[in-house]
Design a protein around this ligand. Structure first.
Ligand SMILES: [Cu+2]
Length: 341
């Protein structure tokens, strides 16, 4: 007992401290836990109010039918002395037949109309002034985001401006994936050889998380999505920094040389250098992202060293091979990677 108390105390204090640190970090960017019932974007709101209406209608039907059933079971149960007596038999009551035909037809018509209206809202064709275009491509197991009008390519972490309609073209490089950020839009499949569409218009700035929602292989569970909904100014600042060519710092020359002379360049692009691979994420502004490997690890020096040494240690089955470099060369290589701001 006496030994356990201080330990519990320490655990409680550590938990409070961790919570405090988490809250301080969250204060910079409000992280919204994924929930379908907390819409924060126009199409997500359309889906939410539609769902609530359908649930309400079905709940009302359930209550009426269940209530009548319970009433009949209790009120007309067999009582002593009922043996051999038949209840009144009703045939061909026009009133009852009409009621149980017309009411369900009306309910189905109402459901069909609101469904059609919601589908049209989600498939919004006319594009408002200043809309933003993004192509999202699903890869095993990461997301590529390309902004064709802005000339930006990044991975796994999307930035969009608050209050502006953003239209996504969804494409797949390999198998079927599914794009799902519950607070921002409906789940939409990402199918090879086909372009699907989705739009969102976020109401409040913050960090919205989502994930691939269609089983796509070993690391499907680590194909996470982060959508940063930025204020207009933050978004413009982000765009300007993403549009710059990769930083070239003389101090990291040796690491850069290793990068450019290793197979890294076959799979990765670093704009402004000879690295033009398309198989893996664009690394031009690698350090502007908060995570690596589609959310498998925080994007810091230690994780990058581990990632480059043994990618499949962090992400078993990953399609990036371990390049078998000596530790000293990996340190130099990572010096270069962390300079890619
Ligand atoms: Cu996937």
């Amino acid at each position: 007992m006496t030994g356990a108390t201080p330990r519990i105390l320490v655990a409680v204090i550590a938990a409070i401290a961790a919570f405090g640190a988490g809250a301080a970090r969250a204060a910079e960017k409000v992280v919204r836990t994924p929930s379908m019932f907390d819409p924060a974007s126009t199409p997500a709101e359309a889906i939410d109010s539609y769902t609530m209406l359908v649930v309400a209608i079905c709940a009302a039907i359930f209550l009426v039918v269940g209530g009548l059933l319970a009433f009949a079971v209790v009120r007309f149960r067999a009582r002593p002395g009922d043996e051999g007596r038949e209840p009144p038999q009703i045939y061909g009551s026009n009133q009852i037949e009409l009621a149980w035909t017309v009411i369900p037809v009306l309910i189905v018509v109402i459901l069909a109309l609101v469904t059609a209206r919601t589908i049209l809202d989600l498939q919004k064709d006319e594009r408002p002034e200043g809309w933003l275009a993004i192509t999202a491509t699903g890869h095993q197991w990461w997301w590529e985001f390309h902004y064709p009008t802005l000339g930006i390519t990044t991975a796994n972490e999307l930035h969009i401006p608050v209050g502006q309609a953003t239209f996504l073209d969804l494409e797949s490089q390999d198998v079927i994936h599914s794009f799902w950020v519950p607070q921002l839009s409906g789940k939409t499949d990402v199918v090879p050889n086909r372009t699907n569409h989705l739009w969102m218009e976020a109401r409040e700035p913050g960090l919205y998380v989502g994930q691939c929602a269609e089983f796509c292989g070993t690391q499907h569970a680590y194909m996470l999505l982060r959508v940063f909904v930025d204020t207009k100014e933050d978004f413009e600042r982000w765009v300007a920094s993403q549009q710059e060519q990769a930083a070239v710092a003389a101090a990291v020359g040796p690491g850069r040389e290793i990068f450019e002379n290793t197979a890294c360049v076959n799979c990765h692009t670093v704009r402004g250098t000879g690295a033009r691979g398309r198989f893996g994420p664009d690394l031009t502004h690698l350090m502007s992202r908060t995570t690596i490997g589609a959310g498998v690890a925080p994007n810091d020096r230690a994780s990058l060293v581990e990632w480059v040494t043994r990618p499949d240690h962090l992400k078993p089955g990953v399609l990036m091979p371990a390049m078998q470099l000596e530790p000293a060369r990996i340190e130099l290589l990572v010096d270069y990677l962390v300079s890619l701001r």
